[in-house]
Design a protein around this ligand. Structure first.
Ligand code: NFE
Length: 488
């Protein structure tokens, strides 16, 4: 049989726009994926938007990179500003940074399992937009499917409540304006602490009584997926949720774990470089550290096939996300697979929710959340944290009190990166190779692997192109309209 090429474009039930091309062939009598390309189909120019701006704008602007992990970008930018301004938050600010960031994790993890992944395993409700859909098989009995569909509907409400909880201190979500250099804008009252606890109790109950059992239920019917979708097997975490201002204590420790090894290696970000050989960026920017990297789009380009760059650590591929965090931290000891990712993510939600209770009770009432600091004349700084989907870094240079240079490496850039200069596949691409496919025209097995890494191409890429005839206004940095033209 000839090799079949299947394109899933766009991949649905993810954030943003991802295209996956797979080659399917029969090997040893099993029809399976033999090669894969992950294509980020949109350009994200936030780094260029930031150049020339006041550094204090960075948390506000970068949180617009994405609607599902805006607090992570706000926090990463604020950490870079702490570093640049030479300031650390007071206890109240540190705790509120954690609580609002953690609220976003709960929202994101619940959303991911129920809304983005579950329908790879059970049919959706018998109406649009759930039908028509791909054939997901009938491994789970009708009564259990009905229970899971009920959890799906409950999850819609719970994830909204997670956002409402975060907005108690964040002011609003998804794009809270509360993260800033030296801390956080809010001041806690005993009333809003109690309100936060009420939401948290309800969400913890849902995670314990519904989310974790539902994931385990699905895993018990799809136990073959503990052996599917491994990829390179290397895991990376920057560590997250500081428990003291300087960050020497964290809920999740930083570290790397290489495939086949049980030892946790340190993370030294000077070993990170972004490859662009197969990305639509100028080759003169290849294999640079993010502090020196640039965003120079070149499209088309002979070897290019994605707007994502390919971050590598000492030239090696690393997967990041809840499984990496939980494994590196010693909280999870399974393997690397589709189901390990789902189970680690659910258990992480519980661990974070329980930690939130401790942070909330330690949150001082009536105390300022930030320490003021002046914008420095010059600085070179970075902020590292973990977004729900994994390792997130912002690198910044300040010159004449303005941002001269900014680079962001998102978790999805690690996970969904294209091939690097050496030709090695990115983590998701590698995880897809060997995946058995029953029906090449409905490769649901491929979708299960893609969804397990929870891609967010919004974080990785962005562009807006006006339709023909659309009015384009070019606005200078002071907000003054300079020119107007008609798009062709
Ligand atoms: Ni748009 Fe994000 C998270 C970040 S993933 S969701 O989590 O950073 O690239």
């Amino acid at each position: 049989m000839p090799i079949i090429t299947a394109s899933i474009d766009p991949v649905t039930r993810i954030e943003g726009h991802l295209k996956i091309d797979v080659k399917i062939d029969t090997v040893n009598g099993v029809q399976q994926v033999v090669d894969a390309h992950a294509v980020g189909t949109l350009f994200r120019g936030f780094e260029k938007v930031l150049e020339g701006r006041d550094p204090r704008d960075a948390p506000i602007i970068t949180s617009r990179i994405c609607g599902v992990c805006p607090t992570s970008h706000g926090l990463a930018a604020a950490l870079a500003l702490d570093d640049a301004f030479g300031v650390l938050p007071p206890t109240a600010g540190l705790i509120m940074r954690n609580l609002v960031h953690a609220a976003c994790y709960l929202e994101s993890h619940i959303l991911h399992f129920y809304v983005l992944s579950l329908l790879d395993y059970i049919p959706g409700l018998g109406m649009a937009p759930w039908q028509p859909g791909w054939d997901v098989g009938r491994r789970i009995d009708a009564r259990t499917v009905q229970l899971l569909q009920g959890s799906y509907l409950a999850a819609l409400e719970k994830r909204r409540k997670a956002h409402e909880m975060g907005s108690i201190f964040g002011g609003k979500l998804p794009h809270t304006p509360a993260y800033l250099a030296g801390g956080f804008t809010a001041v806690a009252t005993s009333g809003n602490k109690t309100k936060f606890q009420t939401y948290l109790t309800e969400l913890l109950d849902f995670i314990e009584s519904t989310y974790i059992p539902d994931v385990e239920m699905v895993a018990s019917h799809f136990s073959d997926y503990f052996d599917i979708g491994k990829g390179h097997g290397n895991l990376l975490s920057y560590g997250a949720f500081r428990e003291n201002p300087a960050g020497s204590l964290k809920l999740f420790q930083a570290g790397r774990r290489d495939d086949g090894s049980s030892s946790v290696l340190p993370v030294d970000t000077s070993h990170i470089a972004e490859h662009v050989t197969h990305s639509w960026y100028d080759d003169s920017t290849n294999a640079l550290h993010p502090a020196a990297g640039d965003t120079v789009p070149i499209h088309p380009k002979p070897e290019g096939y994605s707007w994502l760059k390919a971050p590598r650590y000492d030239g090696a591929n690393y997967e990041c996300g809840p499984l990496a965090r939980m494994t590196v931290n010693g909280d999870y000891s399974g393997g690397v697979s589709v189901m390990d990712r789902h189970i680690a993510r659910a258990r992480e939600a519980l661990k974070i929710g329980q930690a939130m209770e401790g942070w909330l009770s330690a949150l001082p009432v009536g105390q300022t959340g930030y320490n003021a600091a002046a914008v420095p004349e010059t600085a070179t700084a970075f902020g590292l944290t973990e977004a729900p989907r994994g390792a997130l870094g912002h690198w910044m240079k300040v010159q004449d009190r303005k941002i001269e240079h900014y680079q962001v490496i998102t978790p999805t850039c690690w996970n969904c990166s294209p091939r690097d200069t050496a030709g090695n596949r990115g983590p998701l691409e590698e995880a897809l190779v060997g995946v058995p496919v029953a029906k090449a025209d409905q490769p649901i097995e491929v979708l299960r692997v893609i969804h397990s890494v929870d891609p967010c191409l919004d974080c990785a890429t962005h562009v807006m192109r006006p339709g023909k005839g659309g009015k384009v206004y070019i606005v200078d940095r002071n907000g003054t309209r300079e020119t107007e033209k008609t798009a062709e």
